[in-house]
Write a protein that binds this ligand. Sequence first.
Ligand SMILES: NC(=O)c1ccc[n+]([C@@H]2O[C@H](COP(=O)([O-])OP(=O)(O)OC[C@H]3O[C@@H](n4cnc5c(N)ncnc54)[C@H](O)[C@@H]3O)[C@@H](O)[C@H]2O)c1
Length: 446
Amino acid sequence: MDILVIGTGYVGLVTGVCFAEVGHNVVCLDIDEEKIEKLNQGIVSIYEPGLQKLTKKNLNSGNLTFTTDYKKATEQTEVAFICVPTPSQDDGSANLEYLNKALDSFAEALDGYKLIIIKSTVPPGTSKHVETHLQNKLNSIGKGYEFDVVSNPEFLREGCAIHDCMNPDRIIVGCEKASIKTVIHNLYRPFGIKDDNILFMDHCSSEMTKYAANAMLATRISFMNELSGLCEKLGANIESIRKGIGSDSRIGSQFLYAGAGFGGSCFPKDIRALRAKAKHSNYKTPMLDAVEATNENQKKLIAKKIHSYFEKNGGVKGKTIAVWGISFKPNTDDIREAPSLDLIHELEAQGAVLRVYDPAAMDNAKSHLGSLRSITFCQDEYHAAEGADAIALITEWNHFKVTNLDEILSKMKGNALFDGRNQFCTNEMSKKGFNYFAIGIPKITI
Ligand SMILES: NC(=O)c1ccc[n+]([C@@H]2O[C@H](COP(=O)([O-])OP(=O)(O)OC[C@H]3O[C@@H](n4cnc5c(N)ncnc54)[C@H](O)[C@@H]3O)[C@@H](O)[C@H]2O)c1
């Protein structure tokens, strides 16, 4: 099929490339001219494992093209996926301005019937808004074309987005017309998904499913983070508890890791948007409120631990702290709402000297944090550890698990390691000579 993907970011580019990979003809469109110019040369400016190779392959085979030209792109396609951002507004609600602008440009370029598929995460009820907005725009410019709107939220995870897109567990589709269901089957069948795993429902439920999934996963994380604090008080070990409850098939083992809090471009904003939508509907959400509040506290935890560690030793001011990991999770360069940023800003405010390193997110880190007074962007974790009074590990890159910790310790001035992702064994770290602080794990002093 001929497909247009509007918005060529983490979701749109992966979607476009994967649809091209299974044999559809794909045009990816973005308003960012520099991005499209690079993509036309096969250069992907985000870090996502496998994406660069697959982009080049499909660009060369002719299945995939990139453009900024709505008119040209719209002429060639029958189905348009919308993958533009839906960031938070000040009141937490989703900002639909990017969506509205994309619809306006699309309407101006329209030359006949189209199927519009919304992949962006949008609040329940937005498909109706899209129908009205597009219809009003078409009326205002005197175009009488028909269209259909389908909700098809995206569930890919950054860091394994190609795998997720090529092997979907299920496809959620808000659509009630039989003829369109056939089109959806034709779009997704090449991925080998069973027809039964394409779940059709009404538009509002489809949109809500996306928020429900993210809210559920975030709830599990905040739940474990809350328990980890209690574990520290009571002397229990959150890692043992994770394994203990995760092996119960009713609970399952995923998203039960205590840590320095969740971040990224989805969980925080989607919880805010769902809370805002509920508030707008005069409905109370004490659980969602608590998930967000717990996470806000959790993101401050490592800074608090560092503060109390240095309290009796002249304070944080002037201390050198190495920060390992900036991205909000491993295998991505995405630093949107990353817990590392909260930590870095807090330590900087307290007068620390910062040495930061991330295996993939250094460019984003430099553009976001470059103006800070006392920050050094390091070449690797060894460089970051040089002269450090303490290390804070915030992103659980596998990379850090194979680091030579003896060499790290020899480069440090102090010996404290604050592990925001419980990556190391408490016993072993103490034996090596680290003053090791994990989350929800009793401290061992040898
Ligand atoms: N990133 C994820 O892991 C993920 C996962 C599932 C769902 N989502 C949702 O998908 C949507 C997109 O997220 P993302 O992370 O890919 O965002 P992104 O910021 O990486 O990419 C969005 C792209 O849209 C482009 N754009 C903005 N306005 C445009 C317009 N009028 N016309 C054409 N292009 C336009 C931007 O230039 C940008 O390249 C959001 O709603 C997000 O919540 C994201």
